[in-house]
Design a binder for this molecule. Structure first.
Ligand SMILES: Cc1cc2nc3c(=O)[nH]c(=O)nc-3n(C[C@H](O)[C@H](O)[C@H](O)COP(=O)(O)OP(=O)(O)OC[C@H]3O[C@@H](n4cnc5c(N)ncnc54)[C@H](O)[C@@H]3O)c2cc1C
Length: 412
């Protein structure tokens, strides 16, 4: 599937994955046309700052993924504010809203995800706040000044980042989390427990194992009934209860979909002329167990590059090490690897000092390292995990041990 047989690659989705794929195609010398279709009107931007620096700053300019001039200068036809409605696989055409048909030799689906709204009685998506797009972040920043008491539904990364920012403004915050621990989908129980302490230290009221059963809104006031029988009064409700992949375009075209658009290790869907990347794609990840769907910048960027490499003649399975980060108040969390199926974890460093790491194991093998304000542990962990090496638990737990000495030596 090299450059010689492809003259037109169409990418649906102008987020991190789609833009990275387009840029990498050009970088790899692809000489055909590259078209990126995105339904958001804004120049493609970075989402992570929306729940971090952006919500703190007074000026509301997002961080662009690339400057405006980048796209024409790199042969990328970027079409913003345009929705792809249907894939005609027989004709190999992408049908846009309004009826225009875009022929493709290869189609890359990079449609990302949207926020999930729990089936809470009375929850009106138009009255609560959410954070996925620049438009959502602008709405939230516009309201911040008047807020006194906020209820956040969801104790995952985004809900907790927002909670920490609200506490910095001395806004009272309740976080409702259905599971019995914070960020439970991603973190080890040991690190979840550390973050419980960190957020309670900031004055956030955490309500674990609790869901909102009903939301009643009157003007700017919300009354949130909880599963434990309590009721909270709030002047805003933020829904941060995870995402659902935007997989309808693929499903309607008859592609395999199961918690995301199903792809193989080359990131090809059940149609060899269509790939899927980023938050919308369920892929076999060699660092995980079974099919997984990751929601991270690393995954979006590396999958974009992986598909671009295949389309320019350098096919390779997707096997990049997953890594993530999150900023919650003074705690800068970095994660290398995936904690899925973990059965043990050891602490390195003194958590009371605010600088520590948790080394996570499955069958006595290191599978992930979660670090708080310890970038050096994170960087070492990335090198060690990517080289498929492990660290004995007693060595990991001993803060005097030299982890750098265990890193693989660079090839000469
Ligand atoms: C507030 C926030 C904070 C985050 N913080 C971090 C972080 O700290 N670290 C980290 O690693 N990750 C973070 N993430 C996750 C990370 O931003 C995402 O994993 C990444 O942006 C995924 O990129 P993507 O291109 O797959 O999807 P997206 O960025 O969602 O892009 C998909 C694009 O496709 C568009 N689209 C969908 N359907 C169509 C259609 N039919 N036609 C045209 N366009 C369409 C969407 O509107 C969207 O613009 C954060 C996400 C959010 C929302």
């Amino acid at each position: 599937m090299g450059d010689q047989v492809l003259s037109r690659v169409v990418i649906v989705g102008s987020g991190q994955a789609g833009v990275e794929c387009a840029a990498a195609l050009h970088h790899n010398g692809f000489s055909g046309s590259i078209i990126v279709i995105g339904d958001e009107p804004d120049l493609p931007y970075q989402r992570p700052p929306l729940s971090k620096e952006f919500l703190k700053s007074v000026d509301d300019s997002p961080l662009p993924l690339k400057g405006e001039a980048f796209y024409p200068a790199n042969g990328i036809d970027l079409r913003l504010g345009v929705t792809a409605e249907r894939i005609d696989r027989t004709e190999r055409e992408l049908v846009l809203k309004g009826g225009e048909r875009l022929p493709y030799d290869h189609l890359v689906i990079a449609t990302g995800a949207r926020n999930r709204f729990p089936p809470t009685r009375g929850l009106d998506p138009l009255r609560v706040m959410e954070l996925r797009t620049l438009a959502h972040a602008r709405l939230m920043t516009a309201k911040l000044d008047g807020l006194r008491h906020v209820t956040i539904i969801g104790g995952g990364f985004i809900g907790l980042e927002v909670a920490a920012l609200l506490r910095q403004r001395e806004i009272a915050v309740d976080v409702l989390e259905a599971a019995d621990r914070l960020m439970g989908r991603v973190l080890s129980p040991l690190m979840s427990e550390e973050f419980r302490r960190i957020h309670e230290g900031m004055g956030t009221r955490l309500r674990l194992g609790t869901i909102a059963t009903e939301i009643a809104a009157e003007g700017d006031r919300f009354s949130v009934s909880l599963s434990d029988g309590e009721r909270l009064e709030a002047d805003a409700v933020v829904v941060a209860a995870g995402v659902v992949p935007n997989a309808e375009l693929a499903a309607d075209a008859g592609l395999d979909v199961d918690n995301g658009i199903v792809v193989d290790e080359l990131l090809v869907t059940s149609d060899p002329h269509i790939s899927a990347i980023g938050d919308c794609a369920a892929h076999p990840n060699p660092y995980g167990i079974g099919m997984i769907r990751l929601e991270s910048v690393q995954n979006a960027v590396d999958q974009g590059k992986c598909v671009a490499a295949r389309l320019t003649g350098n096919a390779r399975p997707y096997d990049d090490l997953p890594w993530f980060w999150s900023h919650q108040g003074a705690a800068k969390l970095q994660i290398a690897g995936l904690a899925m199926g973990m059965d043990d974890a050891v602490l390195r460093g003194d958590s009371a000092s605010g600088k520590f790491s948790v080394f996570v194991y499955r069958d006595d093998r290191l599978i992930a390292v979660e670090s708080v304000n310890m970038p050096s542990d994170h960087m070492v962990a990335r090198r060690i995990l990517a080289a498929r090496l492990s660290i004995p638990k007693d060595v990991a737990a001993d803060p005097a041990s030299d982890l750098k000495a265990l890193m693989p030596k660079p090839a000469r």
